[in-house]
Design a protein around this ligand. Structure first.
Ligand SMILES: Cc1ncc(COP(=O)(O)O)c(C=O)c1O
Length: 473
């Protein structure tokens, strides 16, 4: 064997030796302990079939045992068939030694959820091909270069100060949120925020929610022991006049999810009055507030009363749901409780990602990206509306003034077959029924929720054509 190959073989085998993490304990002396530990490492799959074992001398040195102890243990395992020893290739894990089997159940793959999907028009994700890789990398690099050493220690559960400062400025400017960094707690997104508030004992149910909403969020709440009480919707948004004995209400005021409209200004004021009168609180899910096309952005309800509204946002629609970065803007009285729920140190949101987002915001990259995506999504929305006007003029399209999805209203009794027909033609999308609260008595709405942000630019045209072909006539 050439020298370089021998050296690399020895190097890698020695590295394996250092990483074996063998615990030499139990009765029967060092040799028995080593034999047992190696057997267990093979059995559990930590040492994979074919893996080289370290030379006697380096494992002996690592473990502080005699060379002969290692030689004897290897010989015993060779005799038992766990290992093989061949001149020139050292001692290896036998190929037929069965490692731990991988789990039989294949982990659920997210998109594509529908087998045979050719056109993904499900709501929920921004155009993944448009993630601003270069700008994010630049922010990440700057963040890494400029981070003080203490940033690499355990993180502050409130989140990095740099990010909370950048968010306070951004949210005030872009969303009309009234706050300061001390009222902001970083989390990994809306789902996490709900977990902290209800799972962490800061708020208690029952919680009033909109009669149509994300079932994933309802499930999270149910899992946290919170009963949700549906509020009916009409053309002006949630019927906040129907709030009952609850002390908390969850709303999507900028763009009702998923039906589409903003909460009427009078209802925005009314729900804040309700919270004041009942010593209650409004949870504002501002999931896509930046994407408003027809008018100036509808500001956050939080601006009406920062002590009565918990404003929750994340980068899931503006950048990517993969980042898992979000924020809660809290009334003073909840800050300590939420921090206590987070624990002594940050356990969710990576500090480096937090610093990158702080730089991304402060450098103007976030504004540039949102502006670019707003233009892109607006043009897609316009194409959707135009295509429907041409090919399916009988179908009303609603909820188009904002966001990343639209609702195509359908006549009663036709939604299920429309979703199925779409699936048969390789189009994945959801019907409104999947968003309906099971306990609501409001008149059902039928329609298709079309996520026009989800495909890439190249995929969008064909997806739109396919959609128009399958819509009920
Ligand atoms: C209604 C609604 N709220 C909030 C979110 C964001 O959730 P998260 O921040 O946990 O990704 C989404 C999905 O992106 C959503 O559809």
């Amino acid at each position: 064997m050439p020298d370089s190959r021998v050296n690399s073989w020895v190097d890698s085998a020695e590295r394996i030796g250092a990483d074996l993490h063998l615990e030499l304990s139990g009765p029967g002396g060092r040799r028995a302990a080593l034999t047992g530990a190696l057997r267990e490492a093979v059995r559990s799959g930590r040492l994979a079939p074919g893996a080289r074992l370290p030379p006697y001398r380096s494992l002996a040195a690592d473990l502080g045992v005699a060379r002969n102890t290692v030689a004897d243990a290897y010989a015993e395992l060779v005799a038992e068939g766990w290992l093989t020893a061949r001149q020139g290739s050292g001692t290896r894990v036998a190929e037929r030694a069965e490692p731990l089997r991988p789990r039989a159940r294949v982990p659920k793959k997210l998109p594509p959820r529908v087998r045979g999907t050719r056109h993904d028009l499900r709501q929920g994700t921004p155009d993944a091909s448009a993630f601003p890789r270069a700008a994010w990398l630049a922010s990440y690099r700057r963040a890494l270069q400029q981070a003080p050493n203490e940033a690499f220690g355990p993180g502050d559960p409130a989140g990095r100060r740099e990010l909370r400062e950048a968010l306070a400025e951004y949210l005030a400017r872009a969303r009309g949120v009234r706050t300061e960094p001390g009222r902001i707690v970083i989390c990994s997104g809306f789902a996490h925020a709900v977990g902290l508030l209800f799972g962490g004992g800061v708020l208690r149910g029952p919680l009033a929610v909109e009669a149509y909403g994300l079932s994933f969020h309802r499930k999270l709440l149910t899992a946290a022991g919170v009963r949700t009480v549906p509020l009916p919707l009409d053309d002006d948004g949630a019927r906040v006049d129907r709030l009952g004995r609850e002390r908390a209400v969850l709303l999507t005021p900028a763009h009702q999810f998923p039906t589409g409209g903003p909460l009427h200004p009078e209802r925005r004021a009314a729900v804040v009055d309700w919270a004041r009168a009942r010593d209650g609180v409004v949870l504002e899910d501002d999931y896509d507030g930046e994407f408003r096309y027809d008018r100036k952005p509808v500001g956050a309800v939080q601006g009406l009363d920062p002590e009565r509204v918990i404003h929750i946002g994340s980068v899931s629609k503006s950048l990517s749901p993969a980042l898992r970065l979000g924020w809660m803007v809290l009334p003073e009285r909840y800050v300590d409780g939420v921090l206590a729920a987070k624990g002594d140190r940050e356990a969710w949101a990576s500090v480096l990602d937090q610093l990158s987002l702080a730089d991304f915001l402060a450098s103007g990259s976030y504004d540039r990206h949102v502006r670019r995506m707003r233009q892109r999504y607006r043009s897609r929305r316009d194409r959707l509306v135009a295509a429907l006007a041409e090919h399916a003029p009988h179908i009303a399209v609603t909820g188009v003034a904002a966001g990343l999805h639209a609702v195509l209203r359908l006549p009663p009794g036709t939604e299920r077959s429309a979703v199925k027909a779409a699936a048969r033609h390789g189009i994945a999308l959801d019907g409104l029924a999947g968003f309906r609260h099971p306990a609501t008595d409001m008149e059902p709405r039928e329609g298709l929720v079309v996520g026009y942000a989800t495909p890439s630019e190249a995929e969008y045209g064909p997806a739109l054509e396919a959609l128009c072909r399958v819509l009920p006539g």
